[in-house]
Design a binder for this molecule. Sequence first.
Ligand code: SF4
Length: 471
Amino acid sequence: MKREFCGLFGIYNNPEAAHMTYLGLYAQQHRGQESAGIVTWDAGKQFIREQKGMGLVADVFNERHLQKELKGDIAVGHVRYSTTGASLIRNAQPFLVSFGDLQLAIAHNGNLSNSAVLRAELEHAGTIFQTTMDTEIIVHLIARHMSKDGMEIEDAVAAACRRVEGAFSLLILANDKLIALKDPNGFRPLAFGRMGESYVFASETCAFDLLEAEFLRPVEPGEMVIIDREGLRSKRYCEPNGRSHCIFELIYFARPDSDVFGQNVYQCRKAMGAALARECPVDADFVMPFPDSGNYASVGYAQESGLPLELCMIRNHYVGRTFIKPSQGERDFSTNMKLNPVRSMVEGKSILVVEDSIVRGTTIRTRIKKLRDLGAREIHMRVSCPPIKYGCYYGIDFPTRSQLIAAQHSVDEIAKMIGIDSLHYLSIEGLLSSVQNPGDFCLACFDGKYPVAPCLGVDKECLEQIKGMKP
Ligand code: SF4
């Protein structure tokens, strides 16, 4: 599974705003490794400064950027993996535009589910898009509400966000104003905190821990928090639409030391492992995870079942995203390069492997084969989430249904395909018993019940309607 999507960080009223944002992004690197960006409001020169680049936070920013160029005491930062829009520098965020006296930078985590229609509407009205990102739609809507309807920035942001649908946690820097906002379903996390005299926002609280900032509360679904020279205020820009927090943040994406949606990720993962042990015990010699994804659920499984936990799949911590492969031969070294089992531990043993999810099944198949090759007697697998059968329209990069192994095959067929003796997925009930406020979560990738109907494209009828609209 591609694990990256996006991470946000924002800070108001800090003399080292750029540096704090750099650290806040560093702590959230796991949320996006494709590009990184920081913008600051330079009050002296009255303009927004920016630095963006492809790659990791440590590669994109240097001492000079942080000390000399990114001046200002308000900053917004973003790490990105593209869920919509190609992997290009012009798609790196925060996305910055000028509009009259206003300079506006926007950082987005999530995915708009009605972007195709809105984009067609805006293009029909003469808008020229610079990027392929759905985030740019929000910017153009804001500009239109300001120019056509004469709205002030706060009202224009609110009006624009009432038109877009899907998942959006946003940080917006509008000259010297910082706006944080969450969609009415609250799909993605956004935490609000305080650090001395400064206010901070982050996708995950692990960023606050690094900065020793105090977590105050999450930004609520449908809420807009504005901080400017007049102080801090909060508004409801639209009615919340129930709560549909992405349960995959707890299963896989967020860092285990973060609290998201009011709960600690580590503890949720452990509870999922314990629920798995109750649902489907197995008589094995020991429990082991495929690191790092299965680590925390395997601790829960081992504690609940009383089986020993062994960490005998060894991870190479120095593997980058790519390495130079030999030009001759068909062998794929990438799986072996990342993980290697301890032969003397697996030989002749009955092993219970705990994984957090199976998407395509291809990587797992290779890892299981390796255990077999080293002489494992039996291999059982327990997965700490239900089968993923449907795509995600809210910012997680699952492949199409035709590539989702659980959408195409039964559990028994999957067990045969990946070469294991038994397979069990955590039930939806078991998953919900492992989290607090179980009614507040999106489960659409398991049950196909989408909390916000996805618009999959612009059909002919819709296009005719758009063409009939007054630009
Ligand atoms: S469909 Fe799945 S991955 Fe997407 S938001 Fe819902 S729970 Fe998260």
